[in-house]
Design a protein around this ligand. Structure first.
Ligand code: SF4
Length: 451
């Protein structure tokens, strides 16, 4: 008799495997990177580039400025960047010291900033990074006043897009003697980072913390506040009221080195509506332009950067794309001439190049997210820096290509009016008209774009 295979949309093969794994082992899934489910994203927007009613700029002769300044509200020394593309916070511990060094070198070469992460600042990272943002996280692992004073900006992390409301994880296999010493915790033991700061429970306490940080740094450097995108409108307002110079909003497509799968796929809102809500909050408070907005979570291409800026961001921040430029998910480490194909190492993790999300394992086949002495040698910092520099340069060229095509001599002149959406969902979330109409779903008839 022929076997009948009827698809079950509720209990498909993935769900079945999940239930069987849970039943067999009694533990939940932990993994790295970000949400994989399809949600409305920047791909669902397109630019209305110049034609008759707008004039494009000539690519070879007419300049298009990318200079970006962050932290103009209170800091004596705002951050000045050559491009509006920054590197997101990723910890030493999650990443190897060599990866952090490569990132610092590349960021410095293209004139942008990089960011520490849970676990503190390494000397390699400080020395290689011209502009370094120092994170103040709930765990306070590796956090100290000496490093604070070495920072060019401080980022108070309230939450991350991959796990808003949750803390980080670093599994014992990545906790070497050095990582443990920086965190003053035992080596080889799983570490969970706190989900909230130990010394404050709300925006009033955050305001006190920000003043403390300003006094330690003599009001020199900007203070960022980073939130995972959930109740963005209110959270941005509270961050501004607490005294932030810069608000960083990380959408649900943002990555992590390790957290529960249930967080990654089921908490927070996509980056697209997060940008819109953040801009609306800043506008309602009358501080748009005074408090800068940095957006992260699934920024991959120059088009994504251009769309984020057009929606109102001052800059973007990238994590997963940076790891991929360093070799994440490639079949062989970057220095392909001397390194063998490492597909067998992916297979040991139960995966293959292109599908790996096993940063939590400490067995990164390309040496990016590992503390294993032999694996980390697979990433050579100068080679990693070269690749990442190329990636960041390509994003910048794509960004200016689109800006010029929209007739802008400055990428910060891109605006919402330059965009339309290809789907009703994206139009509603981003607050731009559906292509070919003037309709913005969700707007009341009395509002612009409402019907
Ligand atoms: S290749 Fe390395 S960095 Fe990329 S997902 Fe796998 S373990 Fe993580």
């Amino acid at each position: 008799m022929a076997i009948r295979r009827e698809e079950n949309s509720l209990y498909g093969p993935d769900v079945l495997a999940y239930i069987q794994r849970a039943a067999e082992h009694g533990v939940y899934d932990i993994r790295g990177l970000g949400a994989k489910r399809r949600v409305p994203h920047f791909d669902d927007l397109v630019f209305l580039t110049a034609s008759m009613s707008r004039y494009p700029l000539e690519g070879y002769r007419e300049r298009c400025t990318t200079k970006t300044v962050l932290g103009t509200r209170h800091a004596k020394k705002p951050i000045e960047l050559a491009i509006p593309i920054t590197v997101a916070g990723m910890s030493f511990g999650a990443l190897s010291a060599r990866s952090k060094e490569a990132i610092g070198r590349a960021a410095t070469a293209v004139g942008t900033s990089t960011t520490t992460g849970d676990g503190g600042m390494t000397p390699e990272e400080r020395e290689s990074s011209k502009t370094l943002v120092y994170q103040c996280l709930p765990s306070r692992y590796g956090f100290n006043p000496d490093d604070l004073r070495k920072a060019d900006a401080i980022e108070v992390v309230v939450g991350q897009g991959a796990k808003p409301g949750g803390g980080g994880m670093l599994l014992g296999q990545k906790i070497t003697e050095r990582v443990a010493a920086m965190r003053t915790l035992p080596a080889g033991i799983d570490q969970r980072s706190a989900c909230r700061h130990p010394d404050w429970t709300g925006p009033d306490d955050l305001a006190i913390k920000i003043v403390e940080l300003r006094e330690i740094t003599d009001w020199q450097v900007p203070i960022y506040v980073k939130i995972g995108a959930s109740r963005v409108f209110n959270d941005v307002k509270l961050a501004v009221k607490s005294g932030a110079d810069v608000v960083v909003v990380d959408g649900m497509q943002g990555g992590t080195a390790a957290t529960q799968q249930v967080f990654i796929e089921h908490a927070g809102i996509p980056t697209l509506p997060a940008v819109r809500q953040a801009v609306e909050a800043l506008e309602e408070m009358g501080v748009y332009g005074e408090v800068q907005l940095v957006v992260s979570g699934g920024i991959r291409t120059g088009a994504d950067v251009a769309k984020a800026l057009a929606l109102g961001a001052d800059a973007v921040s990238i994590g997963q794309g940076v790891l991929m430029a360093l070799g994440c998910n490639a079949p062989r480490p970057l220095d392909g001439g001397t390194h063998e194909d490492v597909s067998a190492d992916y297979a040991k993790l139960g995966t293959e190049p292109g599908y790996c999300h096993h940063c939590q394992s400490g067995r990164c086949p390309v040496g990016v997210t590992t503390q294993d002495p032999s694996l980390e040698l697979r990433l050579e910092p100068t080679e990693g820096a070269r690749a990442l520099r190329n990636y960041l340069n390509v994003l910048t060229m794509e960004l200016t290509t689109l800006a010029r095509a929209c007739g802008k001599s400055n990428v910060h002149h891109l605006e919402r009016e330059d965009l339309v959406a290809l789907t009703v969902e994206a139009a509603a979330m981003a607050g731009v008209p559906l292509a070919g109409t003037s309709w913005i779903p969700g707007r009341r008839s009395s509002e612009p774009g409402g019907w």
